[in-house]
Design a protein around this ligand. Structure first.
Ligand code: ATP
Ligand code: MG
Length: 370
């Protein structure tokens, strides 16, 4: 069992200093627009992933006109306290510690305190570009497999080096096959690892998403998920030779796992072209709950679920079903934001279990808890 008991935020986004105590498995966070509900969920996410869910630019997480930020959180995992401190001083590296021990690489923290976020713009996973779908898969695999994260980081670093090399060749009007061969080898090894992991993982994910989708949308709709990767039909060696001219002209690498995608189908047709809003929402939830379920399966405990503005996505009945599934069936902790306190309380009361409401109030007053 994993739960968050306390968090304090200093100069993190719109928070000057605020501390919150969480006493229940179900925590509702309410308040008007712009008061910091999403930012509070993001601070929790940050303590689990060492980064924001919404941005890769850490500077954007520092309060305006502030020099840096600090987050401190107290979790409990299988009855053991886990204290996370993250200090970002604005310049240089951020410091991240678990139980007062620092990390040589902050990425080693990922997967220790797993969590799953569902936020309004996540529908981009379904209708947007392929990057969002790769991020979805990677976010799960990185939490389950520390080697995957390391290999993916190596791949991305070497990919950048290869692209810089191609640019340099173009600028200098030069070409060095031997050098390119070395970098190709350095790219193939982690690339192959990532491809194989993605491939077997998506095979495992597929029936779970299909099952969850059917539960949400009924059996008449058949969902299919296909992993699309150039590596399915060609090796890295073949890809590099086939794309050599293209790489040279475009000055970037055209073949590899950074082009992978997931293709969703609804009754045999391309999902994003024909699905209704409700069908998109159902698929999004099926994907995210599959993530939740698989993390639970491999970790042996439920991740923390962070639900941002999902009332805009789900009606009361589906909301209750979702909360019942998370809290009663899976014994997980869930944080859920809403602008309407009455609506939030109303649906939490229906659960038949304890819950807590944190109300964010404008100004410097401490948050009301009740
Ligand atoms: N780096 C930052 N420094 C200070 N304030 C910031 C920073 N980044 C965002 N904000 C402010 O935080 C507020 C947004 O907070 P957040 O998105 O958490 O609101 P919310 O309660 O989720 O609102 P909504 O109900 O509209 O979703 C905005 O007023 C925004 O200007
Ligand atoms: Mg918000």
């Amino acid at each position: 069992m994993l739960s968050l008991q306390k968090i304090s935020l200093t100069h993190f986004k719109n928070y000057d200093f605020s501390a919150f105590d969480f006493t229940e498995k179900v925590v509702g966070i309410c308040g008007l627009n712009g008061l910091g509900k999403t930012n509070l969920l993001d601070a929790i996410y940050y303590c689990c992933f060492t980064k924001s869910y919404f941005t890769n630019t850490d500077q954007l997480n520092i309060g305006f006109d502030k020099e840096g930020f600090r987050l401190e959180a107290r979790f409990e995992k299988n009855d053991q306290p886990q204290k996370v401190i993250c200090i970002h001083r604005g310049t240089g590296k951020k410091e991240f510690s678990l139980n007062d021990a620092g990390y040589d690489k902050v990425s080693k923290h990922i997967g220790i305190l797993p969590s799953v976020m569902i936020a309004p713009d996540d529908v981009e996973i379904i209708i947007g570009g392929s990057e969002g779908r790769r991020k979805y898969i990677d976010t799960i695999l990185c939490q389950l497999d520390a080697d995957y994260l390391q290999q993916l980081m190596v791949y991305n670093k070497v990919l950048q080096q290869r692209n810089s090399l191609l640019k340099r060749f173009a600028e200098q009007g030069s070409w060095d096959n031997a050098l390119l061969d070395i970098i190709n080898m350095q790219l193939s090894a982690p690339g192959k690892y990532v491809f194989e992991k993605r491939s077997s993982f998506i095979a495992e994910l597929k029936p779970i998403v299909q099952d969850l989708y059917h539960r949400l949308a009924g059996n008449a709709e058949v969902i299919n998920i296909n992993y699309e990767s150039q590596l399915i039909s060609e090796s890295f060696g073949q890809l590099f030779s086939r794309n050599i001219e293209k790489d040279r002209i475009l000055q970037r690498t055209n073949g590899g796992i950074h082009k992978d995608d997931l293709k969703f189908e609804l009754n045999g047709q391309i999902f994003r072209s024909i699905a209704s809003q409700g069908q998109r929402k159902s698929l999004l939830f099926a994907l995210k709950l599959a993530e939740y379920q698989l993390i639970k399966k491999y970790k042996g405990f439920s991740p923390i679920l962070l639900l941002d503005d999902v009332f805009e996505k789900l009606d009361d009945v589906r909301m209750r079903q979702l909360l019942h599934w998370v809290c009663n069936e899976n014994a997980g902790q869930v944080f859920i934001t809403d602008t309407h306190r009455e609506r939030l309380e109303g649906s939490l009361k229906g659960l038949g279990m304890g819950f807590q409401i944190v109300e964010l109030i404008a100004g410097d007053r401490p948050p009301a808890t009740g």
